[in-house]
Design a protein around this ligand. Structure first.
Ligand code: DGJ
Length: 738
């Protein structure tokens, strides 16, 4: 079973996943009775007997799983191995839980009880209950493990209990949990940073001694950082080496603090909220954190990504088994100039090249002719759609496509009927300006009346237009985020806002089971495992230049699976960066995820439309492998030099091969495939251009041993040293019985 009690006193548990073990023990300070809930081991899977030994041995200092540090001298503080180090007692590090009682900010927790519950479907949950020595305050640490994933879920609940002496409880830090990375001689971190049109830039470097904070104070996940980190000993590569990963499933502000102590030892604590806000808890009130997820793998960054992808498909996505349709989006083609005739013309062309879902972007509502007005006025633009939008949506459906619409429910323009009617509905503070960004203000979604209003109009819109898809956008971070009527309790809006966004999405889906939702936030500002419980795809970036996109997709794929990565083929030169590129390269890059088209099809010559139709057809024939298969990032720096990504689903193999720089003398020419059955043979279904340039190598119908394809590899035409810039191939192989 995933959670195995290891001793008869009920204070030691082995959390077993298919290939890892996570040991948790409760230790009591013999003098004060204070409880420390410790991570005693996290690494390769151990038998229960070995785990028991490991836990006992961890009392001594010279063990591979680290010294027990909680009863310690001046220089070795208690908290580094704790599951939730608090502000209190002999602890000086960054706390995972910080609470003040009236004016005293210190916790002393004692053990109350622990229980393991069978949650069905191969999942078990361990709850460890702790209570403050004096104040009516309870903390529950929860851990969930499942039989089919190495990802372990943890979260924390805090409660102001009723019945104690009256006390004002203020929570200034409440992380979902802290994870300890076993001792190593060196540590390296991997994470992503970014900006608008430049999201998911992978950074990897030595972890300095000190505290490394990735955070968002924007009320959304943000473009600047994404809530995950991976730690290794500086030796892991794509397919080898131990990697420990932590990710937070939350779409509001967040903070992930990695501490590398001068005495050695690394911990990662992650949770919602950021420095500053204070959440008050009245008697009987509780706060439950979002899940923080931990993953250990012994097989490199590639295996870590595949585990995150598999976990996401099995336990996060609402509709994981569906193949994502090929989408068209009108934004880059028409900007705000949305008309029935214009969209129908684009739709006709989209349908003719094989698009399956047509999404009308911004510009269809209120008096929205540019970005200065009408957010909040969610009725059809009276001049452009005097008869409403139904004819357009029926037209799209009539062409055999699904129909989708862009919305930005959390926003309002000051120049809107909604704002004139409800100026109090936006986030604001007394005696402070209401600063606008992109001419818009943020609606206070923490308010139940705002939530109910959004749910009502969105529900009506979906029903009246028979919509299949919403692109849910969110184009500005919070500023002056207050709710004056709530007084001392107003900081709760940072949490309740996000919860209400989730709730509206969940209830919409419930009421309209066919509806699918894309999460967009000025590109990739809301990409995380929290919103993914209620959405199907992400829009990773407004930058649709295929070269830049390769870098973005590389960072995105570290955690998030290809079936959530929407990618459009747009015009050349690209409207954001001005670079020109062949259609084929643009398609091959977009095919690495959920293929879409976002160019002005009305301006594409017939030859390009025909090529597009052919490539879309090819994508459809392999998309089950790309969207549901296992991803291998094979070689090279994407977008900079020869590189390739490969997908395997059962016996089907697809490789997308890129060479951005035509005259590159260095770098690999042989591409070694991965993840194949070495004993099986594979037949070439599609060889890219290789058949012509490397005779006999990838000729359609030729058969090769899996072992040879992995040991020797293939020689893609796109990788030949001299040729045009931006060459690419799609290679498809299928396992055959010998
Ligand atoms: C930002 C999104 O990222 C774009 O794709 C587009 O939908 C615009 N908003 C519309 O305003």
């Amino acid at each position: 079973m995933p959670v195995t009690p290891l001793d008869q006193h009920g204070n030691l548990w082995a959390v077993m996943t298919p290939s890892s073990t996570y040991l948790i023990g409760v230790e009591l300070d013999p003098v004060t009775g204070e409880a420390a809930v410790l991570q005693k081991y996290w690494g390769p899977r151990l038998s229960p007997e070995a785990a028991r030994e490991a836990a006992t041995a961890s009392g001594g200092p010279a063990t591979p799983w680290g010294a027990r540090r909680h009863i310690s001298s001046f220089s070795t503080p208690a908290e580094i191995e704790e599951l939730l180090p608090v502000d209190g007692g002999k602890r000086w590090g960054s706390p995972s839980l910080q609470v003040s009682f009236d004016h005293a900010r210190s916790l002393e927790l004692h053990f109350v009880e622990a229980a393991v519950a069978d949650e069905g479907a191969g999942a078990e949950r361990l709850d460890i209950v702790l209570r403050d020595a004096h104040h009516p305050f309870e903390v529950v640490l929860s851990v969930r493990a499942r039989e089919d994933t190495d990802v372990i879920e943890r979260w924390t609940t805090v409660r102001h209990l009723t019945g104690g002496a009256p006390v004002a409880v203020g929570v200034t830090r409440l992380d979902s949990g802290s994870w300890f990375v076993p001792d190593a001689t060196a540590y390296r971190y991997s994470g992503v940073f970014g900006a608008w049109a430049e999201e998911f830039q992978l950074q990897r470097g030595p972890l300095p001694v000190g505290e490394l904070v990735f955070t968002s104070r924007q009320g959304i996940t943000s473009h600047h950082a994404n809530p995950w980190i991976m730690i290794d000993a500086g030796e892991a590569v794509e397919e080898h080496g131990e990697v420990w990963g932590v990710a937070l499933a939350w779409s509001g502000s967040w903070r992930l603090t990695t501490t590398h102590r001068p005495e050695g030892g690394v911990s990662v604590s992650a949770g919602f909220g950021h420095d500053g806000p204070r959440w008050t808890l009245g008697p009987g009130e509780e706060l439950v954190t979002p899940p923080v997820l931990g993953l250990y793998t012994g097989d490199g960054f590639g295996a870590a990504s595949r585990s995150w992808h598999e976990y996401t498909r099995r336990h996060v996505l609402p509709a994981p088994d569906e193949l994502r349709p090929v989408l068209y989006n009108s934004w880059e083609a028409t900007d705000f100039d949305v008309t029935e005739a214009g969209q129908l013309e684009l739709a006709r062309r989209a349908a003719s090249v094989g698009v399956e879902l047509f999404v009308v972007d911004d510009g269809w509502f209120g008096e929205r002719d540019d970005d200065t007005r009408s957010l909040g006025d969610w009725w059809p633009h009276r001049k452009r759609f005097p008869q409403g939008l139904r004819a357009l949506m029926d037209g799209i459906h009539g062409m055999g496509m699904r129909a989708g619409l862009w919305v930005e429910p959390e926003m309002v323009n000051a120049d809107s009927e909604l704002y004139r009617a409800h100026p109090d509905w936006v986030l604001h503070m007394e005696h402070r300006r209401r600063d606008e960004k992109r001419q818009q203000l943020v609606l206070n979604f923490a308010r139940d009346d705002v939530r109910d209003w959004a749910l009502a109009w969105l529900g009506d819109l979906v029903a009246e237009l028979d919509l299949d898809y919403l692109k849910w956008d969110m184009n500005r971070p919070f500023t002056q985020a207050g709710w004056p009527e709530r007084g001392a309790a107003q900081d709760r809006l940072w949490i309740d806002y996000t919860r209400n966004v989730y709730e509206v999405m969940a209830r919409l889906r419930q009421a309209h089971p066919r509806l699918r939702i894309e999460s967009c936030s000025g590109g990739g500002g809301r990409v995380d495992l929290g919103v993914l419980r209620h959405t199907d795809e992400f829009w990773p970036s407004d930058n649709t230049d295929a070269r830049d996109r390769q870098t973005i997709q590389h960072g995105f794929s570290q955690i998030y699976p290809p079936c959530t990565m929407s990618a459009w083929v747009t015009d050349s030169p690209n409207i954001t960066v001005g670079r020109s590129m062949p259609l084929r390269y643009r398609f091959h890059v977009a095919m690495a995820g959920v293929l879409g088209v976002g160019g002005d099809l009305a301006a594409w010559p017939q030859a390009e439309l025909s090529e597009a139709a052919e490539l879309i057809e090819q994508y459809k024939s392999v998309r089950h492998v790309i969207q549901h298969g296992r991803l291998y990032r094979l070689a090279g720096t994407p977008g900079q030099e020869r590189s390739a990504v490969q997908y395997v689903l059962d016996g089907d193999v697809v490789a997308l091969v890129y060479n951005p720089a035509g005259n590159a003398k260095r770098g690999p020419r042989w591409l070694r495939l991965a993840g194949l059955d070495p004993d099986a043979r594979y037949e070439v279904v599609l060889g890219g251009d290789a058949a012509e340039t490397v005779p006999g190598r990838l000729v359609q119908g030729s058969r090769w041993h899996g072992s040879a394809l992995m040991a020797v590899g293939i020689r893609p035409a796109a990788w030949e040293p001299v040729g045009a810039d931006h060459r690419s191939d799609m290679v498809v192989l299928r396992r055959v019985t010998p």
